[in-house]
Every structure is written in structure tokens, then in C-alpha cells.
Design a protein around this ligand. Sequence first.
Ligand code: HEC
Ligand code: HEC
Length: 289
Amino acid sequence: MKSLRTGFFVGVLYIIAHTTYAQQAGQGNFNTFCAVCHSISKGKLIGPDLADVHLRRSDAWLLEFITSSQTMINKGDADAVALFNEYNKTLMPDAPYSADQIKDIINYIKSKSPSYVATTETTIASEPVEPAEPVRSVNEATEEEIQFGELLFTGNTRLAAKGPSCMSCHHVKNNRLVGGGLLAKDLTDAYSRMDEAGIKAILTAPPFPAMREAYQYNSISEDEAYALTAFLKYADEEQYGQTPRDWQQYFLAAGGASFLLLLGVFSLVWSKRKKNAVNKKIFDRQVYS
Ligand code: HEC
Ligand code: HEC
């Protein structure tokens, strides 16, 4: 009788220990790989908020999607395709985990979801909410910081940890840059698509295999990530005045002769270090006269 009871307790202990272990593993993997793009109850990041995702999708669907979302999308799964389109065809990388590890992650997401928390609230005290660290927004970036970001992007200034320049894989449309890699996405409008937090998160812990490989052992520092994000914001906002074709149109409109005249005016104005607005006034006068 006694040994039976001991056995029972050991069994219960084992189950508790095992569950806790699995949940911790799920939490760890979620934080290292998924949290860059997903929150649970803290709103949309690059991907959807995963709170209560198990109420809208089956466990089998979740396992398959997290294992390889692109495989599912290519097979034509209606829900997966709809979601992919809703998120502007943003690629979710395949999880580098076994099926069991992914199940642990799913359980962790469930355990953090409002529906689960509501049913257990009475027994489990809710965790204290960490106060958000004050982060300096890139809206406050100085021209020097934007320029530093540009130099890092092009590789004219090397990243402190000697990782490859962004331009070796990416391109940004901007008069100040020439060329750029075509291996990965054009980043001209990356800032509008994923915002400050998204870009910084990608730079601190790149979720894409090629990029993770490139910066795994030479990670990008916080200051560098800040400058790069500031530069991408600048490039995004300036993109419409930046295509070489625009200059060609001005050129045609102004005509060859007045272009030469303009060149003179420009160099005069620039030598006096006047700002854009002055340039534009003189320029417009020339065009319409
Ligand atoms: C690089 C960003 C990124 C990473 C990393 C990422 N996801 Fe996603 N996830 C997305 C995007 C974007 C979507 C929307 C669908 C799409 O575009 O393919 C999505 C969709 C989902 C969905 C479907 C949500 C719904 O509303 O049905 C689940 C579940 C999910 N992700 C879980 C995970 C898990 C778990 C991990 C970590 C193992 C992870 N994701 C890692 C970007 C990411
Ligand atoms: C070795 C190649 C490589 C290098 C170097 C690289 N990236 Fe990437 N990056 C990728 C790949 C691959 C993706 C996944 C999306 C794709 O296929 O374009 C990506 C995605 C991104 C995204 C998300 C794009 C989107 O719209 O979904 C951002 C932002 C980004 N990179 C910024 C940078 C910055 C800034 C640097 C320089 C510090 C950098 N990358 C260096 C390969 C690279």
C-alpha cells in the first residue's frame, strides 16, 4: 500500500517535471526563433498575433504550417494561401525543429493564450508585467546616424564584427547608392512594410537562413542596427524623388540649354550651401520661363 502511494507520487512528480520541462523548451525555442515575428497577446509584429491561434486552427494544421509554411502554401491549402496573401506574401521561414519540439512550442503558445489563462487564472497568479524599456525611436535619428547607416549598408564602413555588407545581398533604390545585390529582397519599402521594431528585430536575430548564416558569428551591434534602421526609413521616405528616371524627365522638360544654365545656377547655389527649397524655386522659374 505504501509503495503504491509512493509510486503514485513519483508518477505525478514525473508528469509535472516533464510538463514543465517541455513547456520551458517550448518557451525557449519560441523566444529564440518565433518571437522576432510573433507576439502572444501583444499585437501584430511581422506575422499575426498568435494568441488563441489554436482556436482558429487545428493542431495538425499548426504543426504542418510551422514545419514548412511554404510547402503548405504551394500545395494550395486555402487558409495558408489566404494568410500568406493577407501578409503581403511575407515568407515565414521553416522552423528548424523536430515535430516534438514544435508541439512543445504550440503548447507554450496555448498556455500563454487568453482562453487558457482565463480558465486557470484562479489558480495561477499572473506573471508580473515587465515594464517596457524606453527605446529611442529612429524618428529621432540625426543626419549623421542616417549617413552612418548608409555607409554600413553599402559596406563603405565595415560592420564592427566584420559581417558582410547588406548590399552584397540587398538593394535599395536611392540616388546615393549604386547597384546592390539581387540575392534577396529589395529593401526600399521595408520600413513601411515592417516598421522600426520589425527591422531592428530582424537585424538583432535574423530569422532568414541566409542572413542568419551571414551574421551568426559576427552579430550586428545595437548602434549599428539603429543606424541601419534609420537609413532604411530615410530610403523609404525619399524613394519617390530618387529614381534616375525622374532626373531624366526634368532634363527633357528643361531642355538642353536651360540644363546647362541650371548647372551653373546649381553650382552657385550649392557653393553657398543653400537648402533644397531654394534650389527648387530657381529651378521652377527656369522651367516655366
Ligand atoms: C520572419 C518572420 C517569422 C518567423 C521567424 C516566424 N513566423 Fe510565423 N508567420 C509569419 C508570417 C508573415 C505569417 C503570416 C503567413 C505568411 O505570410 O506566411 C505567419 C503565420 C504563422 C501562423 C499562422 C497564424 C494564423 O493566424 O493562422 C502560425 C501558427 C505561426 N506563424 C507560427 C510560428 C511559429 C511557432 C514560429 C517559430 C517556430 C514562427 N511562426 C516563426 C512570420 C514569421
Ligand atoms: C547573405 C545575404 C544577406 C545579407 C548579407 C543580408 N541579408 Fe537581409 N535578407 C536575406 C534574405 C535571404 C532575406 C529573406 C527575404 C528574401 O528572400 O529576400 C532577408 C531579409 C531581410 C529583411 C526582411 C525583408 C522583407 O521585406 O521581408 C530585412 C529588413 C533585411 N533582410 C535587412 C538586411 C540588412 C539591413 C542587412 C545588412 C546588415 C542584411 N539584410 C544583410 C539575405 C541577406
